[in-house]
Ligand binder design. Structure first.
Ligand SMILES: [Zn+2]
Length: 448
C-alpha cells in the first residue's frame, strides 16, 4: 500500500512538473495545424461534456468536444494535457486560446482558418454580401449547396419547424434584419433564432446541412413550446407571437410585412325588408389566412382513392374576394393585403380519431402568379404534406397509424427555379408539377 501511495505521489509530481514546463513555454502556433474543421459542430448544445455545465464552455478545435473552463484543473485545461490538444474557442466570446498556457491567440482575424471557424460558429454579414444571395457554395467535403436553400437533419422529429424556419428566412425584410444585426443585448430566444437564420444563409457551412435540434429543445424546455398536435401552421403562429412579444423591432417588421386584415360582417335577412341588412362588423388581423377545402368522401359516387378531387385556388379565395351572395350569412372582405400573404389549406379535422388518415386530400391547383382584388402576387414558398405509413404491431401497414411529414418548396428568384427541401436533401422541381402534392401552407409575395 505504502509503495503504491508513494508511486502515485511521484506520478502527480511528475505531472505537475510537466504542466509547469508546458505553461512556461511560449504558445506554439504550429499547433494550429492540428485543428480539424471536419470534426467541429457548432449546432449542438453548448455544454461541457464532463460537467454538463453551459457556463464558460470551450470547443477543442482538434477533437470538437466541448469543455468547461480555462483555469488549472478545469476540464478544458486537463483535456489539453491528457490529449495533447491545444487550440480552443470560447463559445461565448468567440476568442481563441492556447491551453494549457492559457494564452489568447491575438490577431486571429489574420488567420484564415480561425476566421472560417468563427464564421461557422457565428456567421456575420454586411449589406453587400446579401446582394448576390443565393449563391452556389461548397462545404468542406466539396459538396455544392445553395445558401438559404439548405436541408436539416432529424426531419423525423422537427420537419414542421424546418419548414417554418425556411419560410421566415425567405421573407427578405425579416431575413435582412436577422442577418445584418447583432442580438447580444436581446433575450436568449431572439439571439438563438437569429443564429439559426444566419446559419441558413451561410455561404461557408462546414456541412451542407444544419441541425436545429438544440434550438427546438431550448424552445420546449425554456420557452414553453408545448403544442400537441403540432404542424407548420401551429408552429408558425406560435413563433410569430413569440417574436412579437420578444422584440418590438421585429414585431413592427412582421406587422408591416405579414399582417393582413379581414372584415367580417354578419348578414341578417329580415322578412319585412326586401334586402338583407348587415349586422355586426368586426375587423380581424391575421398572420395566416385559412382556406377551407370542399368536403369529399373518397368512396362515394364511384370515386376511388386514386381519383382525388382538384380545386383551383381562385375558387377557394372567392369567400374573401366575391361580393356577398344571397346564400351566405357571413361576409368576409380582405381590407389589408400584406407584402407576404400566407395561406393555410385546412386539411385536418383535429377532432377526428385519425386526423392524418381521415384528412382532406383535395389537390389545390395553382400557378405561380395570382391576382387578388387587383393586387398581383407571386408564389414564394409551398409547404406540402406527405404521409409516412407506420407499420402496426401486426405488421400490416394499412392498419398502422399514419404520420405527417412536411416538405418545403422554395422559389429562387435569381435562377427562377423551384428547390424542394426534404430532410437533408435538396432537389430542383418543375413549377408545373408543384400542385401534385397536398399543399398545406403557401407564402405569396406582393409584386410591385
Ligand atoms: Zn480535444
Amino acid at each position: 500500500m505504502e509503495v503504491d501511495n508513494k508511486r502515485r505521489h511521484s506520478e502527480d509530481e511528475l505531472k505537475q512538473e510537466a504542466v509547469k514546463k508546458i505553461k512556461s513555454q511560449e504558445p506554439n502556433y504550429a499547433y494550429l495545424e492540428t485543428v480539424v474543421r471536419e470534426k467541429l459542430d457548432f449546432d449542438s448544445e453548448k455544454i461541457c461534456c464532463i460537467t454538463l455545465s453551459p457556463l464558460n464552455v470551450y470547443c477543442c478545435l482538434v477533437c470538437g468536444n466541448y469543455y468547461q473552463g480555462r483555469h488549472e484543473k478545469s476540464p478544458a485545461f486537463i483535456h489539453s494535457i491528457d490529449e495533447n490538444h491545444h487550440v480552443f474557442l470560447n463559445l461565448t466570446s468567440l476568442k481563441f486560446y492556447m491551453l494549457p498556457q492559457n494564452v489568447q491567440i491575438l490577431h486571429d482575424g489574420e488567420v484564415q482558418l480561425l476566421n472560417s471557424i468563427k464564421f461557422a460558429a457565428y456567421p456575420t454579414y454586411c449589406p453587400k454580401d446579401l446582394e448576390d444571395f443565393p449563391r452556389q457554395c461548397f462545404d468542406l467535403s466539396n459538396r455544392t449547396y445553395l445558401n438559404g436553400f439548405i436541408g436539416f437533419t432529424n426531419a423525423a422529429t422537427y420537419d414542421y419547424a424546418h419548414s417554418v424556419l425556411l419560410l421566415i428566412s425567405h421573407m427578405v425584410p425579416v431575413r435582412d434584419h436577422f442577418l445584418l444585426n447583432h442580438f447580444d443585448n436581446q433575450g436568449e430566444f431572439i439571439k438563438r433564432l437569429s443564429i439559426c437564420v444566419k446559419k441558413i444563409w451561410s455561404p461557408k457551412l462546414f456541412k451542407y446541412h444544419l441541425s436545429v435540434d438544440d434550438f427546438l429543445s431550448y424552445l420546449k424546455v425554456r420557452e414553453g413550446l408545448n403544442l400537441n398536435p403540432i404542424d407548420p401552421r401551429l408552429f408558425l403562429l406560435w413563433l410569430f407571437n413569440k417574436i412579437c412579444s420578444s422584440s418590438n423591432e421585429l414585431k413592427s417588421i412582421l406587422n408591416h410585412s405579414c399582417r393582413g386584415k379581414v372584415k367580417i360582417a354578419k348578414v341578417e335577412s329580415k322578412p319585412e325588408a326586401s334586402e338583407s341588412v348587415t349586422g355586426k362588423v368586426i375587423v380581424k388581423p391575421f398572420w395566416v389566412l385559412t382556406l377551407d377545402l370542399p368536403e369529399f368522401s373518397p368512396f362515394e359516387d364511384g370515386n376511388s382513392v386514386d381519383d382525388l378531387p382538384q380545386i383551383n385556388i381562385t375558387k377557394l379565395l372567392t369567400k374573401f374576394t366575391k361580393s356577398r351572395s344571397s346564400s351566405t350569412s357571413t361576409v368576409f372582405e380582405l381590407t389589408r393585403l400584406p407584402q407576404f400573404l400566407i395561406f393555410h389549406f385546412n386539411r385536418f379535422d383535429r377532432n377526428s380519431d385519425h386526423p392524418v388518415k381521415n384528412r382532406n386530400q383535395t389537390l389545390v391547383e395553382f400557378s405561380s402568379e395570382l391576382e387578388i382584388l387587383h393586387v398581383k402576387y407571386r408564389l414564394k414558398a409551398n409547404v406540402v404534406h406527405v404521409v409516412i405509413k407506420q407499420p402496426s404491431t401486426d405488421g400490416n401497414a394499412f392498419n398502422g397509424d399514419e404520420k405527417s411529414h412536411w416538405i418545403t418548396q422554395l422559389y429562387d428568384n435569381k435562377s427562377e427555379k423551384w428547390i424542394e427541401i426534404d430532410g437533408i436533401n435538396t432537389t430542383e422541381r418543375e413549377a408545373e408539377l408543384l400542385f401534385l402534392k397536398e399543399t398545406f401552407i403557401q407564402v405569396w409575395e406582393k409584386q410591385e
